[in-house]
Ligand binder design. Structure first.
Ligand SMILES: *Cc1c(COP(=O)(O)O)cnc(C)c1O
Length: 356
């Protein structure tokens, strides 16, 4: 029997491209919104101690109870209002696994993972694009959500890649008036300070996503969490991979939480650098940085976005090229790095224009 794999694969996934992260040589990495600072030495030491005595032969706690209990105390919710994911990406997958099959609604440009998993689960995607000034359109989202069938709405807050927080009232309208699970993705919460956590008690359809990947600097260990009502968490637990978070990640996330006071000075530092970087970009001719609440800055060039991206890469600086026709025409995104990294970035930009 000779069958082509293409004939055995799901036809609705024919056009889905595998997510690839291009491996281009670079020295300074400002493309993925990671924390640029190394972990404090004293925390590294505690992790080394843990590795020294860790029971690698045992399966992890499938409920990640120790981590959930500490998070619950931190957030003033109960442990059964929490689920832990192998990165919040995995939780996005679970939300669509549990509540998909109808529609997944989001507003582009936004985080690409919502659309990818919608497709994987064969769920219809409804894109209600942002306005030209990067705001959501609550009425359009609500009509899409209430058009019949099940819906999940994803709202990225602050939004990646535009960097802004949408109007709180607009989001509240969506939570209140749409017959849908409404996911507020707060991956950059620690930089923005804004949150819908206080609304959780009032709205049963609200889900909040957080992660250790950004402010906590644990992107490599893949740990994220969701906060929601018990009924939602119960549905997530049905579809969750049993041992989804490895035991070491659970422990290290715990250690970081216990020492969050030593991690947070880095957030302050990143915020100061963000303001400096924004001001300097604003001072450059032909570049408009957009206001941001996160640890990255979207900026628009009058022209030459491609040439600028290449010039940066030639100097070993990798940022994110988002330039395509539409709302992000001529736009690039830079993650706030260490001061010397940001300087190298700014110097290259300045040289680029001086040479013309
Ligand atoms: C980075 C990011 C995440 C976090 O992903 P992890 O899987 O937790 O690393 C989630 N949502 C958005 C919008 C992000 O930018």
């Amino acid at each position: 029997m000779k069958t082509r794999i293409a004939d055995l694969a799901r036809p609705d996934l024919t056009d889905l491209e595998p997510y690839v992260v291009k491996d281009v040589p670079h020295k300074i990495k400002l493309d993925a919104n990671e924390n640029p600072f190394d972990m404090p030495e004293q925390i590294r030491k505690l992790i080394a101690e843990e590795v020294g005595k860790h029971s690698f032969n045992r399966y992890p706690d499938p409920a990640a109870m120790a981590l959930r209990e500490l998070l619950a105390a931190e957030l003033d919710v109960s442990a059964d209002q929490l689920a832990i994911g192998n990165g919040s990406d995995e939780l996005i997958n679970y939300i669509i696994a549990a509540f998909g099959g109808g529609k997944v609604i989001f507003s582009s440009p936004t985080f690409s993972i919502y659309g990818i998993f919608a497709k994987v689960w064969g769920t219809e995607v409804v894109d209600v694009p942002l306005s030209a000034d990067f705001h959501i359109k609550p009425d359009d989202i609500i009509s899409a959500a209430n058009a019949g069938g099940r819906s999940v709405v994803f709202i990225c807050y602050p939004n990646n890649p535009t960097g802004n927080c949408f109007s709180q009232q607009a989001i509240l309208d969506i939570i209140e008036r749409s017959n849908a699970i409404v996911v507020v993705d707060e991956a950059y919460h620690e930089f923005a300070g804004e949150t819908f956590l206080p609304q959780l008690e009032q709205y049963e359809n609200l889900v909040i996503l957080r992660t250790f990947s950004k402010a906590f600097g644990l992107a490599g260990l893949r740990t994220g969490y969701m906060i929601a009502g018990r009924r939602i968490i119960r549905e997530i637990m049905k579809v969750k991979m049993v041992y989804n978070i490895n035991s070491l990640s659970q422990k290290i996330a715990l250690i970081l939480l216990e020492h969050k006071d030593e991690v947070f000075p880095y957030v302050e530092k990143i915020l100061r650098e963000r303001d400096r970087l924004t001001q300097r970009l604003d001072g450059l001719n032909k570049i408009t940085p957009f206001p941001t609440d996160a640890n990255f800055i979207l900026f628009r060039m009058e022209s030459d976005a491609e040439a600028v991206f290449s010039a940066l890469l030639e100097n070993g600086i990798l940022i994110r090229d988002l330039n395509k026709p539409g709302l992000l025409e001529n736009c690039l995104r830079v993650t706030v790095g260490k001061p010397e990294e940001n300087d190298a970035f700014l110097d290259t930009l300045r040289d680029f224009y001086e040479q013309r």
